[in-house]
Design a protein around this ligand. Structure first.
Ligand code: 13P
Length: 255
């Protein structure tokens, strides 16, 4: 059985004060909600205050990136043991913005996944095609290469600990969501690839989130697809009421 997981990727938004107000609202509303996992991923600097507000709540804290070395001469980087120390449970790896703007490759994504797993952090590994690839019928090729290279060398035990987020790049921040059928098609492709690599029993336990213009209005239809196990929400996770509505409209679905 796969438990649904809704995560908010705040990107470079929210001061400490704004972050505290947002998670205080979420904490109060979701106090009794136990049927799915909820995660918020603030900027690094807001993690401590967010963690304080969410302490002993059912909302977990995630980070948006990490570096693969533990420590050393790597100016500006933040490592897995440091995130662990702050009470972080999840970490987004290989988001398309990091791939496009900061030179992230499948190889660096792979090192980051391994670093996260070494410290018991759950990596949320992002894959997704750009518009040109979709229009050139290259979506499956792109996704397969990203999965193959980003997840290279992971054992069955390790792969069970990760989450995959399918985020078509053309749907991120554009208001243009993939249709539930378009998203399901790629999620199913990823699941079949996992079956091929790791067998049925393992592949069926791995959660695959959809990301890209998720809103309260489209989440239920997306979540109704057999291989969509949750969402990675950008813009709509910045306001308490829309994020709450997304969680409410998606809850209670076990697959
Ligand atoms: P939007 O929900 O703003 O499209 O962003 C999606 C995303 O990039 C989440 O990681």
């Amino acid at each position: 059985m796969r438990r649904s997981i809704i995560a908010g990727n705040w990107k470079l938004n929210n001061t400490e004060k704004e972050a505290v107000a947002l998670v205080t609202a979420l904490r109060n509303v979701f106090i009794d909600l136990t049927e799915l996992d909820i995660v918020v991923c603030p900027v690094f600097t807001a993690i401590p205050v967010v963690h304080d507000v969410l302490f002993e709540s059912n909302i977990a804290v995630g980070a948006q990136d990490l570096y693969w070395e533990d420590s050393g001469a790597f100016t500006g980087e933040v490592s897995a043991p440091l995130l662990k120390e702050l009470g972080v449970k999840y970490v987004i790896v290989g988001h398309s913005e990091r791939r496009q703007l900061f030179g992230e490759t499948n190889q660096t994504v792979n090192k980051k996944i391994c670093a996260a797993l070494r410290y018991g952090l759950t990596p949320i590994v992002c894959v997704g095609e750009v518009l040109q690839e979709r229009e050139g019928n290259k979506t499956f090729d792109t996704i397969e290469t990203q999965c193959k290279e980003s997840l290279a060398g992971l054992t069955a035990e390790e792969i069970k600990k990760i989450i995959i987020a399918y985020e078509p790049v053309w749907a991120i921040g554009t208001g243009k969501t993939a249709t539930p059928q378009q998203a399901q098609e790629v999620h199913q492709f990823i699941r079949r690839w996992l079956v091929k690599m790791y067998q049925d029993k393992v592949a069926m336990t791995i959660r695959i989130q959809y990301g890209g213009s998720v809103k309260p209005e489209n989440i239920a239809e997306l979540m109704a697809q057999p291989d969509i196990d949750g969402a990675l929400v950008g813009g709509a996770s910045l306001k308490a009421d829309t994020f709450i509505q997304i969680v409410r409209n998606s809850s209670g679905i076990l697959k």
